[in-house]
Design a binder for this molecule. Sequence first.
Ligand SMILES: Cc1cc2nc3c(=O)[nH]c(=O)nc-3n(C[C@H](O)[C@H](O)[C@H](O)COP(=O)(O)OP(=O)(O)OC[C@H]3O[C@@H](n4cnc5c(N)ncnc54)[C@H](O)[C@@H]3O)c2cc1C
Length: 418
Amino acid sequence: MNDRRSDVLVLGGGVIGLACAMHLLKQGASVRVVEQGKLGGGASHGNCGTLTPSHAIPLLTPGAVRKALALLGHHDAPLHIPAGMDLGRYFWLLRLARQGRPARAAHAARARADLLLRSAELTRDWVREHALDCEYAARGSLYVYRDARALREAQAHARWLERLGIEARRVDGDALVEMEPVLRQGLAGGYFHPGDAHLRPEAFVTELARRVRELGGILEESARIERVHVRDRTIEAVRTHRGVYYGERMVLALGAWSPQFARMLGLRLPMQPGKGYSLTWSPPARLPSRPLMLREDAVCVSAWPSGLRLGGTMEFAGYDDRLVDVRLAAIRRAALRYLQTSEGPRMQEMWWGWRPMSVDQLPILGESTRWNNLLYATAHGMLGMSMAAGTAEIIAALCGTGTCDLDLEPYSPRRFGL
Ligand SMILES: Cc1cc2nc3c(=O)[nH]c(=O)nc-3n(C[C@H](O)[C@H](O)[C@H](O)COP(=O)(O)OP(=O)(O)OC[C@H]3O[C@@H](n4cnc5c(N)ncnc54)[C@H](O)[C@@H]3O)c2cc1C
């Protein structure tokens, strides 16, 4: 690689960009990553770090829109859509709502399951092969319900998962507390998903960056992309605060910021930021041994030897960058409805992040139909940690440096004319 040119220029240093970089380097490509701030400083930082094939079924399924509408107006509901939004976001939400139709939901669930299952397998292998020190644990996850009716309705969800090849074991209320003594007595029950795992996301991205450097990749931090240099239908270079960088191929891995970059190329990505929040404490005396999904309140509890994190909320407020106290307080209150102790002795961090939400609940992965050397690796929504390794395998295969057995059609940018 000369000073400023590489086989692959990865745009964005979150979990997706770093995973792609590491896998491409291993397959022999020269790689540079450009990141506007610190590596892993976007959505990949304070998320819950769960690796969840059990989330294969999309949020919008038949009947989900009605339930979502019922939540609007409750100030501490897990879904928040502020009034007075711009037309672009309004139309995007209408398109999203249509994804609840049975055929679309079934298509999304199958494609999500395929990528999630492959990623789960690859992440486990990577942790071992690259000795990634990230508190990875494969102990499954537990979905917990307070309400008997919600638990009954979850049965259809569990059966659907099983049809997709994802195990879901019913757990009675009393057995829940035996499995996780930190839970309160009297909960309705839940489902155990033995195929899930978790890791500490900040540590995972730090470790991916370490391996990228060790494998000869170059990481440019504080290098905000401001312009693109194009010739005919090829992107030759990007101009950043730190200079101009060239690549034979460009991988767009800018998470929720992807639409802003795409606009420079005349492309409209059907994405919106879905803001979420988390609170992290030093570990309390009693930690859950696996992630807990507090279902009615859509809060996730992740615990590692180094800390305890509560995460949740889906807020469609555009690129709003405020840490909103009301949302943080709602997450804390919700956790207490299920857990005896939901906080540790010392607060480590209060955080928000923008999930890169795609309008059809599937990531956008693959070669651009409009630009010769552009590949998309974006729009992973709530599942970027869970899909990073599989995404990297797909991108490397499309760059001609590896193989991938998945059917790539459902993720193709072609579906949006991109
Ligand atoms: C509260 C919460 C909990 C979550 N929990 C989970 C979970 O348990 N499991 C899971 O799988 N997923 C989870 N997610 C989703 C997950 O965090 C995201 O899907 C994932 O981090 C997206 O990764 P990314 O690399 O695409 O984006 P990011 O990590 O946001 O990376 C994009 C990068 O691009 C950089 N960038 C932007 N613009 C420019 C520019 N102009 N020039 C240079 N660089 C630029 C940004 O600084 C950023 O670092 C959660 C999200 C939230 C908010």
